[in-house]
Design a protein around this ligand. Sequence first.
Ligand code: MG
Ligand code: MG
Length: 272
Amino acid sequence: MIIVKTKEEIELMRQSALVVSKTLGMLATEVKEGVTTMQLDKLAEDFIRAQGALPGFLGLYDCPSTLLCSVNEAVVHGLPTDKPLQNGDIVSIDCGALMNGFYGDHAYTFEIGDVNPETKKLIEVTKESLYVGIRAFKAGNRVGDVGFAIQQHCEAQGYGVVRELVGHGLGRKMHEDPEMPNYGRRGRGKKFVEGMVVAIEPMINGGTHRVKQLKDGWTIVTQDGKPSVHFEHDIALVDGKPEILSTFAYVHKALGITSNEEDEFRKEALVL
Ligand code: MG
Ligand code: MG
């Protein structure tokens, strides 16, 4: 059952989304060669608590960490380790926070040093597909329309769309209805309704869509060892249109990236 949110609840969810957005922004300058994902995890936990929020993943489904850090061929759910990041790595950092009873859930794939052009292209196309998906999250459309849009965009480049893991409704629970697959058929699935909030999160592989789980019981990796990329935004359906509650603006500012990619999904300009 889809749990729709009131205007007031959406404002609270915007605050939760802002916590995770700022956390990724803080991490953006810390993600570099020689740093371990365990160190990033500690920084993130302290930062989230300092904002009066709780880490959203820690303890959820027995998750042992604040962040999930998926390096290179890891798709999602990578547990932080003491292995230093190396030049040329990519790391997808997924971050959750709980504030005022509502969750924020947000992910960004960072580059460490000189990443090869093939992987850079995968990052670019996956990020594009996030917005292609968000654009399809509108009144009159259905779950399958978002999945279809993301799948078309990524498969056109020969990439693999992960099937086993999907986006989701978001609210007082981290995972609410509906499931939001990154693949699908036009006009199929649940119809979008005003006031619903979802996490759209393409998980896109450089090669096959097939994945496997590591023995740690968490980390999902590509079956062919090719890299995988993950971006995630939190979006509310307001006045029949998608409104992004999270923002990469803090990450972009930290990394010196100029971007207007979120502008069409925001009613008011964001002031950092
Ligand atoms: Mg997430
Ligand atoms: Mg999510």
